[in-house]
Design a protein around this ligand. Structure first.
Ligand SMILES: Nc1ncnc2c1ncn2[C@@H]1O[C@H](COP(=O)(O)OP(=O)(O)OP(=O)(O)O)[C@@H](O)[C@H]1O
Ligand SMILES: [Mg+2]
Length: 338
């Protein structure tokens, strides 16, 4: 199969990525699909880790087998064994029927350990043993069962750091990190935005029946300038939000969520995030809010008054020199001006 064919097939799974970092991801996906190696997929939340895992499954010799995804962060500590290895009827109070664990259910296919960094040390030990022995035993069961699974794991935490902090077993880490796929954050591949948006608009129409609309140039500019901390998932949400709210022929910046428009939101969660961004300092949080107030006011006055700095300074009751300094501080406007 040529590299080009590989890209096309991934396009079938709707993975967009013309940016060089994504092309590199596709190249590795293509290679690791063919061999039964363990792959660790890392990347911020919403960057497409699960999509990559599914792409590997659908292109691997195991594609006829199951793809079982386990969210490791959502398993209560008391249910770890039952979730992964299953139980026999009557193994514990409430175990009224026999239950196959995710290892068994994934046999012949792929077990996707999502958010693997969230596993407790105790759970890590159990998983490691199962991976080494390729056998598991159900809770309350007498004999062990052979399992034939290929493991893919994902984490948005830095697992190296977790190992260093003693929160993740290094032997399990080395078993998982055989080949690493690192998904870049969306803000580092802004060139993919137009294609991603087109794909999201289509998806909204197909899956939710939302009428497609183009984005006006101003909305595109706002989208290009935003940082997308929630990556592709956040973009997806922003596009559905905008398409639902839009009334005109095209999506305008006003249809986009407030966070994307860069508006200052003072809701409780927004304030908490200022506090967090300031490293848990109250003074720092207040400074951040202050800066955002200044930045927003200056930016909107500059727009209203067509960049006339004298008029902007006067309207805000500050000197031209103060305005000039603040604009420089916030990276607003170039040199010169009126
Ligand atoms: N390259 C891409 N092209 C098209 N859609 C994408 C791409 N990457 C991600 N998506 C879409 O973005 C959403 C988030 O992707 P996914 O669930 O794979 O991310 P994740 O990294 O597992 O996120 P989380 O950390 O929140 O679990 C999905 O709806 C997915 O279809
Ligand atoms: Mg995920």
């Amino acid at each position: 199969v040529s590299a080009l064919d590989a890209d096309r097939k991934i396009e079938l799974l709707e993975m967009i990525g013309a940016a060089p970092q994504m092309q590199e991801v596709f190249r590795i996906v293509h290679k690791v699909s063919q061999v039964d190696v363990t792959v660790l997929i890392s990347g911020e939340s919403g960057t497409g880790k699960e999509l990559v895992a599914r792409a590997i499954h659908s292109r691997s010799p195991r594609r006829g087998g199951p793809f079982v995804a386990v969210n490791c962060g959502a398993i209560p500590e008391t249910l770890v064994e039952s979730e992964f290895f299953g139980h026999e009827k009557g193994a514990f109070t409430g175990a009224s029927v026999q239950h196959a664990g995710s290892f068994e259910r994934a046999s012949g296919g792929i077990l996707f350990l999502d958010e693997v960094g969230e596993l407790s040390l105790r759970a890590q030990t159990k998983i490691l043993r199962a991976l080494q022995e390729r056998q598991i035993s159900r809770l309350g069961g007498r004999c062990s069962v052979d399992v034939d699974v290929r493991v893919l794991a994902a984490s948005n935490r830095n697992l190296n750091e977790e190992v260093r902090q003693g929160r993740f077993r290094d032997d399990l880490y080395w078993r998982l990190d055989v080949v690493r796929i690192e998904l870049p954050p969306l803000r580092q591949r802004r060139e993919d935005l137009p294609a991603l948006i087109e794909c999201m608009v289509e998806r909204c129409e197909r899956e939710l029946g939302i009428r497609p609309r183009p984005l006006d140039p101003e909305a595109m500019r706002v989208i290009h300038e935003y940082d997308w901390p929630g990556n592709v998932r956040e973009l997806e949400n922003a596009i559905s939000h905008a398409l639902v709210l839009a009334e005109g022929p095209a999506v305008t910046p006003l249809d986009l969520p407030a966070a994307v428009r860069g508006e200052l939101e003072l809701s409780e969660p927004a304030l908490e995030s200022f506090f967090e961004d300031a490293g848990g300092s109250l003074t720092g949080a207040v400074e951040r809010v202050t800066r955002r107030v200044e930045l927003s006011l200056i930016r909107s006055r500059l727009e209203q008054l067509q960049g006339n700095r004298g008029a902007v300074a006067e309207s805000l009751g500050i000197s031209r020199k103060t305005l000039f300094n603040k604009m420089r501080q916030y990276g607003l406007g170039g040199r010169g001006g009126r």
